[in-house]
Design a protein around this ligand. Structure first.
Ligand SMILES: CSC[C@H]1O[C@H](OP(=O)(O)O)[C@H](O)[C@@H]1O
Ligand code: ADE
Length: 316
């Protein structure tokens, strides 16, 4: 037994919704969305994790009757690059606060004509072209292989889509499904890359969601993205090449709708508390026998493995 340095006072109490009864909804705000409207009874907290500090303080509150934790993934002053975001610390911190669902409002470029700037997409697949990020909590003597065939939670994505479609302004569409091409950045793509991704059938391009979704799956958190289209990247002859000004301008136009969609989805999650396959992602994924895992590693991953391996570390 070794001592637990990173403790959380969150208890997954049972209720009419079983182990999800007291769970929270996380919102990872992306470019242009550094806070959410209508979050009530806000309490800001700082958390230290085995993976360092998260991007910012976590904002706990109530939104649409749901207990929500908001975190700005790039920090509230946008100081973290897509590569530099402390993804593991962010997901670990959310899970330590009892988050079992994450909504991820994010800026993306469109790779398809019919997906227009100011539209939104709830993607259902990824292609990963990142190459400089830690993508797992399981290393240093503990191995797990989670299933990623459906990387976004289908149930949470469906709720998000249904709520979103009711709220989209006239003339703008919310598209259900699509492939999110995850690139490393921070520079945008070359035209050859943009055309290559189009030839692969990708729908949108961004720099953050894939890393979060992979880690959320290992943390047994259901994850869904609301991808807000700000540009046509650089492939469309009739539109200018993507720039930060273009992204921010379109994001500002979309922010109030995004806020409403997040709130409406939070209300649904509060009433349904949807079960997800993600909530038991580790059940058939842990490879290493718990006795063989070094104690320093156990301290880091105990938050996730406790339901399967029991309490192997001591609270301080
Ligand atoms: C500001 S343009 C590029 C930037 O926007 C997207 O951010 P996020 O996914 O956090 O909304 C994209 O992934 C890049 O990080
Ligand atoms: N064209 C684009 N490429 C990558 N990330 C983006 N975020 C917004 N637009 C983008």
């Amino acid at each position: 037994m070794i001592s637990q340095h990173f403790s959380s006072d969150f208890q997954e109490n049972s209720s009419s919704h079983g182990h999800l009864g007291k769970s929270r909804l996380g919102v990872l705000g992306g470019s242009g969305l550094y806070s959410i409207n209508n979050l009530e009874n806000i309490k800001e907290i700082e958390i230290d994790t085995p993976y360092g500090k998260p991007s910012d303080k976590l904002r706990l509150g109530i939104l649409g009757g749901m207990e929500v934790v908001f975190l700005a993934r790039h920090g509230r002053h946008h100081t973290f690059t897509p590569t530099g975001i402390p993804y593991r610390a962010n997901i670990w911190a959310l899970r330590s606060l009892g988050v079992r669902w994450i909504l991820a409002p994010s800026a993306v470029g469109s790779l398809q004509e019919q997906v227009r700037p100011l539209d939104m997409v709830v993607p259902d697949q990824f292609i990963d072209r990142t190459h400089q990020r830690p993508l797992t909590f399981f290393s240093d003597g503990a191995v797990a292989h989670v299933t990623m065939a459906d990387p976004f939670c289908p149930t949470l994505s469906r709720l998000l889509t249904e709520e979103g479609q009711k709220l989209m302004p006239e003339g703008r569409q919310l598209h259900r499904g699509g492939i999110y091409l995850a690139m490393e950045g921070p520079a945008f793509s070359t035209r050859a890359e943009s055309q290559l991704y189009r030839s692969w059938g990708c729908t949108v391009i961004g720099m953050t969601n894939h890393t979060e979704a992979r880690l959320a799956r290992e943390a047994e958190i259901a994850y869904a993205s609301i991808s807000m289209v700000s540009d046509y990247d650089c492939w469309h002859e009739g539109y200018g090449n993507v720039s930060v000004d273009m992204v921010i301008e379109n994001l500002q136009t979309n922010a109030s709708v995004a806020n409403k969609i997040v709130e409406a989805t939070a209300k649904k999650v509060a009433s349904i508390r949807p079960e997800s396959e993600a909530h038991s992602a580790l059940k058939n994924s842990l490879m290493t026998a718990k006795e063989k895992v070094p104690q320093q590693t156990l301290v880091k991953i105990d938050l996730f493995t406790k339901p399967y391996w029991g309490n192997l570390i001591e609270d301080e």
